[in-house]
Design a binder for this molecule. Sequence first.
Ligand SMILES: Nc1ncnc2c1ncn2[C@@H]1O[C@H](COP(=O)(O)OP(=O)(O)O)[C@@H](O)[C@H]1O
Ligand SMILES: [Mg+2]
Length: 246
Amino acid sequence: MTATLTPPATADTAMALELRDVTAGYSGTTVLRNIDLAIPVGVVTALLGPNGAGKSTLLKTVSGLIRPTSGSVHLDGVDVSKFAPFQRAALGLCHIPEGRGVFRSLTVRENLRLQAQPGTEAEATERCIAAFPILGERIGQIAGTLSGGQQQMLAMCRAYARSPRLVLVDEASLGLAPIVVDEIFTFLATITAEGSSLLIVDQFVSRALAMASTAYLLARGEIAFAGTSAELRDGDMFQRYLGGDA
Ligand SMILES: Nc1ncnc2c1ncn2[C@@H]1O[C@H](COP(=O)(O)OP(=O)(O)O)[C@@H](O)[C@H]1O
Ligand SMILES: [Mg+2]
């Protein structure tokens, strides 16, 4: 890769997340190579790239579902490379995976209670229903029988129930009606306004860039661009890798 890499933040900025020279993949397959990434506290960052580039793999490496073969992962300055997913969650990390992370056989109410910190279930449920009133109307319904949009709303509530430090959002808008996509992006803006840092992967490249201030472009498992969203939108990398996607 011949791209010039512009670090998105200065060295003395507090970082919600840092990946240092991370190489990772699945048994026998290396997907991510020498990834350096830094997300300042309180900032929205877009992670973009073609299908198969390794975006979901990168998010899984952050949340601990995958361990890097080399390099390190830092949350708020703490090296969590050897931490299990639940330990990273306890430090304030929330991963909303691709494909709706809900318990399909449980009701909406049960899902909301499970997402909440013990002792705060009632309050968390109320907050989520205020954000997505339709979930209040469907509170006793089995989650697997909700529409795709409603299931995604329920999945998003995880980022609301615990006021996380950093939220990873993987393709939240995939397969949803435009009006639901609007609701999801409004919700993401709300959790940002309440102080969470965000790393978003989304097929709606222009919307993701409009919301983010910094952006990374991943191509074939390597960082092809790091800089501001505006630089990515206006540069030739955009056409080269994302032109057909926006
Ligand atoms: N569970 C897995 N086991 C082996 N290879 C995988 C697995 N998941 C994804 N891959 C491979 O890793 C590469 C990156 O995939 P992924 O991270 O899902 O890309 P993206 O999210 O950017 O579309 C692809 O070549 C994909 O086939
Ligand atoms: Mg993916």
